[in-house]
Design a protein around this ligand. Structure first.
Ligand code: NAP
Length: 252
């Protein structure tokens, strides 16, 4: 650990892709702020990072709450230092066919994915602009290309691609890149919940998805964390406004 250690913020870091990304960025040398709705839920992530010799703090914030995001980012800056990496990962599902989708299903998904990425990116950009350096990575999805039962989620994940491309144009002159990763099927509690909702055993669900994926396996959170690690690295400074599909195939 040094005074010049770079600081990364990962939202939705209590579990799944966010937890794996927090651990990967810590292994890459970042001091990591693991943000989730409830700080206590990030205890395992922070403990795993500490056990591996890294530095991390847990921060509680709802990414869709403007004041909470501003407070959380200021706390990170005071505690660890100015953030130079943001991973917009926090997410929720409210799947339903269009005719059954409620206003709340729509608004919740838009709030967490789109408004959350907007609020977190706006809060960190001032630190990044001051440093003339930054890396913003947002989680899109293959669902951005359209997915039955996910009109809300697909719209949000497609929206994040337009958001990312726009940030890359606005923030590029300040040494800040903005990119998206678009995972396919990744084994997490989110996909386990989807299997439960459609009434399919999770192992069978995974086997079916693996069979239709060119690399013949499902994804792991570490697969996504690896791509994020690259986009968060200093060497990726000429890669911006891009969407990298991490899907075991070319669905992009
Ligand atoms: P996950 O296991 O459900 O984890 C999501 C995390 O985000 C949870 O810890 C959750 O906290 C947190 N969160 C939810 N709402 C939040 C809010 N308003 N503020 C702060 N934190 C919040 O999901 P995952 O599968 O790891 O997915 C991570 C990201 O990748 C999401 O953006 C997802 O859409 C995207 N993605 C996933 C897949 C996949 O196959 N798994 C594929 C493509 C894209 P609580 O537990 O407290 O709700």
């Amino acid at each position: 650990m040094t005074d010049s250690q770079r600081v990364a913020i990962v939202t939705g870091a209590a579990r799944g892709i966010g937890a794996a990304t927090a651990q990967r960025l810590a292994a890459d040398g970042f001091a990591v702020a693991a943000v989730d709705l409830n700080a206590a839920n990030c205890a395992d992530t922070v403990a795993a990072i500490a056990a591996a010799g890294g530095r991390a703090i847990a921060v509680g914030a709802d990414v869709s709450d403007s004041a909470a995001v501003e407070t959380a980012v200021a706390h990170v800056a005071e505690t660890l230092g100015s953030p130079s990496v943001l991973v917009n990962n926090a997410g929720v599902l409210r799947d339903n066919l269009l005719f059954k989708m409620s206003d709340d299903d729509w608004d919740t998904v838009m709030s967490v994915h789109l408004r959350g990425a907007f609020l977190c990116s706006r809060a960190v950009q001032k630190y990044m602009v001051e440093q003339k350096y930054g890396r913003i990575v947002s989680l899109s999805s293959t669902s951005a290309l359209g997915n039955r039962g996910q009109a809300n989620y697909a719209a949000a994940k497609a929206g994040l691609q337009g958001f990312t491309k726009t940030l890359s144009i606005e923030l590029g002159p300040f040494g800040i890149t903005a990119n998206a990763v678009a995972p396919g099927f990744i084994v997490t509690e989110m996909t386990a919940a989807t299997a439960a909702r459609v009434g399919v055993d999770f192992e069978a669900f995974q086997a079916a998805r693996a069979a239709e994926t060119p690399v013949r396996r499902v994804g792991r959170p570490e697969d996504v964390a690896h791509a994020i690690s690259y986009l968060a690295s200093e060497g990726a400074g000429f890669v911006t406004g891009q969407v990298i599909y991490v899907a075991g195939g070319p669905r992009g």
